[in-house]
Design a protein around this ligand. Structure first.
Ligand code: FAD
Length: 409
């Protein structure tokens, strides 16, 4: 099969292939477009299964019905320069020795590869979880969650017995990290209104947040956890900590202590892992299948392959811990990768990656949020506005980088 990236050209030895058009990969593609505008011989290729970039941080709003799914799908043709060759295909594997991505559209050869394939939901091999619970890792997932809410409330409205109504109108969210907290908050605020629209008493729906650890938002300051817990409680979300889900059955989540958590629909937001195909690549992997990199974000023993975003296993020297899978981290890593590729092409020294933590913001419900920034914890309307501002600024930055294209359409 021929090369799916492009017809062979004289410059193909200088081809940079970016696998994944998420936060990290799109940033690399956009930044390299700008940096290499005086070097047209380097080919830039971006590969993704979708022809749009997904603003994943906005998914809880789609799942809670306050934002349309299409609003979080940003068409790549609107942001990519003509300089970037986009290949829409499913990446199926890697021929590392032959320097080729394997894809449904055929192999894509590289001189340098940037791996930015993000994460997959991790069900930690909990029996029944993948079949019984919905996940929230794409705009389509979020649409499914919102549709399932409607189905559950319709079923609840049709039930005669109030107890049965209450059970069917209960949404159980597994995982009390930022995604679980944001989803639980959105749903708790929206469900009463939606219930009324289904002819169901507004006090019938409930949201349960089930977390295995001793606290929600693990790793955050006690003040942040406390403030988030208060808002959730105010919204009526029932939070259960140290509640380890052992199995998901037809009846609900079965906890390790034998208790059954019943509900009308179940969503799993309990963690992520690297996509399965990376495990089969032969590249060195660590915790949750993430790829081990050196301080320049190159795969150990494979200096021609960079990794950025959730897929990269990057240890923060200040804490000794691997950096969390966050958009903020993905963007900073993408920036370093773009700079290092540019440096390689210009014969300059590489730059070691350093994470500059800008803080942590979580929306809790449709109007409030919590934030830890520069050691100061805040909560309420301002924190929610801050989350809105971060998302708005991100979209602006994507458009701004597009503006760097010397031959913008
Ligand atoms: C619901 C939710 C809410 C979040 N909220 C926040 C938040 O508020 N703040 C924050 O900092 N972080 C948040 N995150 C985390 C953040 O979204 C991720 O850390 C970030 O998306 C990682 O960027 P990435 O580029 O590594 O991967 P992604 O953005 O996931 O991009 C990966 C890309 O690779 C493509 N891809 C993957 N596999 C293949 C394949 N086999 N073939 C072709 N293409 C493929 C995908 O289509 C995708 O475009 C949230 C995540 C979720 C799911």
């Amino acid at each position: 099969m021929g090369d799916a990236g492009t017809a062979p050209t004289a410059g193909s030895s200088g081809r940079v292939v970016v696998a994944g058009a998420g936060y990290a990969g799109l940033h690399v593609a956009l930044r390299l477009t700008a940096k290499l505008r005086d070097n047209p011989r380097v080919e830039l290729t971006l590969v993704d299964r979708h022809d749009y970039h997904q603003a994943l941080t906005e998914l809880p709003r789609v799942a809670g019905g306050t934002r349309a799914a299409d609003a979080v799908r940003i068409p790549l043709q609107d942001v990519l320069a003509t300089r970037v060759r986009f290949v829409q295909t499913e990446i199926t594997g890697f021929d590392v020795a032959g320097r080729r991505l394997l894809s449904a559209a055929g192999p894509v050869g590289w001189r340098w590869l940037v791996l930015a394939l993000g994460s997959r939901p991790n069900d930690f091999a909990i029996p029944g979880l993948a079949q019984r619970a919905l996940s929230l890792y794409s705009a389509s997932d979020a649409e499914r969650v919102w549709a399932a809410v409607s189905t559950a409330l319709t079923a609840a409205a049709a039930a005669a017995d109030p107890e049965q109504q209450r059970r069917l109108a209960t949404v159980v969210v597994g995982g009390g990290g930022a995604t679980g907290v944001e989803l639980a908050g959105e749903l708790a605020e929206m469900l009463p209104e939606v219930a009324s629209g289904h002819g169901l008493a507004a006090d019938r729906p409930a949201v349960l947040l089930v977390e295995a650890g001793p606290t929600i938002l693990a790793g955050s300051s006690p003040q942040l956890v406390d403030k988030a817990s208060r808002i959730l409680s105010d919204l009526g979300v029932q939070v259960r900590t140290t509640a380890v889900i052992a199995a998901a059955t037809e009846d609900g989540f079965r906890l390790a202590d034998g208790q059954l958590v019943e509900g009308g629909m179940f969503v799993w937001a309990g963690g992520v892992k690297a996509p399965e195909l990376v495990a089969e690549s032969g590249l060195p992997t660590g915790h949750n299948g993430r790829v081990k990199v050196d301080r320049y974000l190159r795969v150990l023993d494979h200096p021609e392959i960079y990794v950025a975003g959730d897929l990269a296993s990057v240890v923060d020297p200040r804490t000794g811990h691997v950096l969390p899978p966050l958009a903020q981290v993905a963007l900073e890593e993408g920036e370093t990768v773009a700079r290092n590729l540019d440096a390689e092409l210009r014969g300059r020294p590489l730059e070691a990656f350093t994470f500059h933590d800008k803080g942590f913001v979580v929306s809790v419900g449709t109007r409030r949020g919590v934030a830890d920034i520069a050691g100061i914890t805040s909560s309420g309307r301002l924190a929610h506005l801050l989350k809105d501002a971060i998302e708005w600024e991100y979209r602006q930055s994507v458009k701004h980088l597009r503006g760097w294209d010397p031959i913008a359409r």
